[in-house]
Design a protein. Structure first.
Length: 274
């Protein structure tokens, strides 16, 4: 009986290193001399410890995770930005037809301001309306070299006017996704008029500056181009009454001169956002 117990104990001691190598243990097992004195049941209890070491360092701890991406919004710009907002500028050309029997004026202007809402813009605008007129009398015609007709005339006088409406405005527009974006707007502010004239017959000249309140209203449509740029066309109305005070002793003191700048016009230009 004692011989059989010794045989089984020796076999168990020889099997422990073999199990360690089969299960992939990274270090060699060193047996202490006192292990030969352990009973067989205690040696058998060591086997779960070997399995636990293999499980802790084996494939059971491997984790696989997926990478997820959040798609960008259609109107993505930057974190925290709102779609459709920004600053919009418009550069335009056109003409202004004042009331009365006067010539049309050439117009150029700029409008700029932020979008407080995708459909509402506020800002400031400035226009320049220029008109000029020359008065002359025909003296005669003659024939020059090669049959060229030469006209001779005497210039009697010339005059010019430059109107500058300076206004704050508000504008309402349709959705940016439309193929044709309608809009309407209105502005109010101060208008300055510079008048000058020269009479070459008498030698007299005239130079005066007028100012006063004025307002405008307009309506038009814009065609989207590339990016946030658009081609715009509009019809507008200008109403103002500018004046100046003149000290005239012949009229009994200070008098006020008034010039009305009422009329309609057309503006065509391009606007862009940033």
């Amino acid at each position: 009986m004692n011989r059989m117990l010794i045989t089984l104990t020796a076999a168990a001691v020889l099997l422990v290193p073999a199990v360690s190598r089969a299960t992939g243990a990274g270090t060699a097992t060193t047996l202490q001399p006192s292990a030969f004195a352990l009973p067989l049941p205690e040696l058998a209890a060591m086997t779960p410890t070997v399995d636990a070491v293999w499980t802790a360092g084996g494939p059971a701890d491997t984790r696989y995770e997926s990478i997820r991406y959040r798609p960008r919004s259609r109107y993505y710009r930057s974190e925290g930005s709102r779609p459709g907002l920004g600053t919009v500028s418009q550069l335009h050309l056109g003409f202004f037809d004042p009331e009365g029997d006067v010539n049309n004026g050439f117009l150029a202007g700029l409008r700029v301001g932020p979008l407080v809402d995708p459909h509402v813009q506020i800002g400031a605008s400035v226009d320049w309306v220029h008109r000029s007129d020359n008065q002359s009398t025909l003296i005669g015609t003659s024939t020059g070299p090669g049959g060229t007709e030469i006209t001779t005339q005497r210039e009697l006088g010339r005059s010019s006017s430059n109107l500058f409406p300076l206004m704050g405005f508000i504008q309402f527009q349709g959705d940016e996704s439309l193929p044709l974006i309608p809009y309407i707007g209105a502005g109010a502010g101060y208008e300055v008029l510079f008048l000058s004239a020269d009479d070459f017959t008498t030698g007299n000249s005239f130079d005066a500056t007028y100012g006063g309140f004025g307002w405008q209203a307009w309506g038009g449509a814009a065609i989207p181009l590339s990016g946030r740029s658009r081609l715009a066309g509009e019809i507008f109305v200008n109403q103002s009454e500018v004046h100046r005070d003149v000290d005239d002793p012949s009229l009994g003191g200070t008098v006020r001169e008034t010039v009305k700048q009422n009329g309609v016009g057309v503006r065509v230009g391009i606007n862009w956002g940033f």
